[in-house]
Every structure is written in structure tokens, then in C-alpha cells.
Ligand binder design. Sequence first.
Ligand SMILES: C[S@@+](CC[C@H](N)C(=O)[O-])C[C@H]1O[C@@H](n2cnc3c(N)ncnc32)[C@H](O)[C@@H]1O
Length: 287
Amino acid sequence: MSALTILADLVHRRSGLVLGPDKLYLMEARLGGLMRREAIPDLASLAHRLQTERNEALEQDVVEAMATHETLFFRDQKPFEHLRNTGLPTLLRNRGPGARLRMWSAAASTGQEAYSIAMMIAESGLIERHRVEIVGTDLARGPIARARAGLYTQYEVQRGLSVHNLLEHFTRQGEEWQINRPIRSMCSFREWNLLDDIAPLGKFDVVFCRNVLFYFDVPTKAKVLAAIRRQMAPDGLLYLGSAETTMGLDDALERDGPSHALHANAPRAATGHKHSTLPPRTPTYQS
Ligand SMILES: C[S@@+](CC[C@H](N)C(=O)[O-])C[C@H]1O[C@@H](n2cnc3c(N)ncnc32)[C@H](O)[C@@H]1O
């Protein structure tokens, strides 16, 4: 087996990420820092170490280095607009006064997605901040530590943030900008692999699982989608990335009309009844 195959197999086994031939050329570049730090001269030596040692930390470092952590504030905009204008008002109508909502950014990377949801909610005036909990998870420790700190470079705050949001919700800290406590306190971040049991995270009313499924193979996508659906409230919402679909993966996830919102827990798939008295479906939004 070539070094590239050994490394790609490891990444797939531990994270579900499929490194196609188009990604293999990235290995040298992405693993360069790790190999220098560990004084590993080349990919063949790294593959050999991984095969001969049972080295959890090294394996995790390889996976984190090979994963794409690209993200930005209010990425794709439409899911945030849908949540603000349709999803949130519907959930609050369903739940009544005093409702508390739990939201999940399921591949949170450095936290911009979770903080964008929090800023949108704070600006919307639809629900008080303390009644919303936003949990961000990612398998990568470095990005999750950065998300927790809520510190962003000038370049990062220039990507997707309006001047209003920057001035309202961030404070300059030297060369960087830190998200202010009222928004930060709505969000918490945890390391979590989507291939692991996600039940301990609890139930969610809104899930953003964007720009991670498309790196998985079909069985992994289906497994992760089904697991997420099981963690969702019957009237909850699932938002996917613009290039992601549930078609052919999970029949219980159903689009919410022309808005592309999808519903989970669809009783139809299980019962064959189009309009049943079972709980409503959980919408999934796909921009
Ligand atoms: C491209 S970023 C997407 C960030 C954000 N959701 C967005 O759309 O901007 C994908 C993230 O998924 C994470 N990831 C990849 N495989 C994962 C897995 N099995 N479990 C949890 N996170 C994973 C990566 O570490 C990376 O930070």
C-alpha cells in the first residue's frame, strides 16, 4: 500500500472524510507543519509510523490537518435569512411564550457559523438571548479552541460580517477582534466527531450541518443524517450546505416547499400516509 493510501484510509476511518485523488496532492502541503514538528522526513515515514505505532494523538493530528476548516460569517446568507424570517417565528409559534431553543452548529470549525446564528437572533428581537443555547461541535481541537476564544483576525471579520455587526458585537483586542460576551455567552463549543454517538449532545430545535457531508461517502452521509435526525425535535429545522442534498440518503428528511427547508421525522416514509396525525416533520433548509 502506498503512503498516500495509508493516510487516506486513516483519515476516512477516523473522520469519514474521503480524500479523492484530487485531494491527495494536498497531503504534502497540509501535513508539512506536523511532519516538521515531529521531525518526520516524508510521507512514507509518517505512514510507516502510523502503521507501526498505536499513536492516537498522531492519528488525530493527521485527520485535523487533512480536514478543510474553511468557514466565514453568515456563509451563504440564505439559511440565516430563512431561520430569521420563517424558521424561528414558526418554532416560537409552536412552542409558545417562554420557549427555550437549542441549536447546533454540527461542524462548527472556528465558530463563525454559531456566532452568526447568535448575532442574528440577538438582532432579531424575536426571543431573548438567554432562552437560546447554541452548541458548536467539531472533531478538530485547534478550531474548537479558537471558536471558544471568539478571537478573529482582521481578514476573518472582513468575510461576511457587516460593519454594523462588527462594531456592535466585537471589540478590538490588539491585532484581532473578539466577539463580545453577550453573544459569546449564547454559544458553547465541544470537540465531537460526527461518527461517534451524538445522543449525549441532547435534542436540538435547529441544526446547521453545512459543508461537511459533501466530504463523506454515501453510507457515511446517510448514517450521519439519520443520527442527526434522531436528535431533532419533531418540528425542528435542519440546514445543509448549498452543495449538499439528502436526496437518496434519507427519505425521512423532506423539503419544506419552495423554500427548500426540509423536514425530518417524516411519518410518511414509515407509514405510507401522506397526512397523518404523527408529529410534524423537521424542516431541513438547503440554499
Ligand atoms: C468546511 S468546514 C465547515 C464549517 C461551517 N459548517 C461552514 O459551513 O462554514 C468543515 C468542518 O467539518 C469538520 N469535520 C470533518 N469531519 C468531521 C467529523 N467526522 N465530525 C465532526 N466534524 C468534522 C472539520 O474539522 C471542519 O472544521
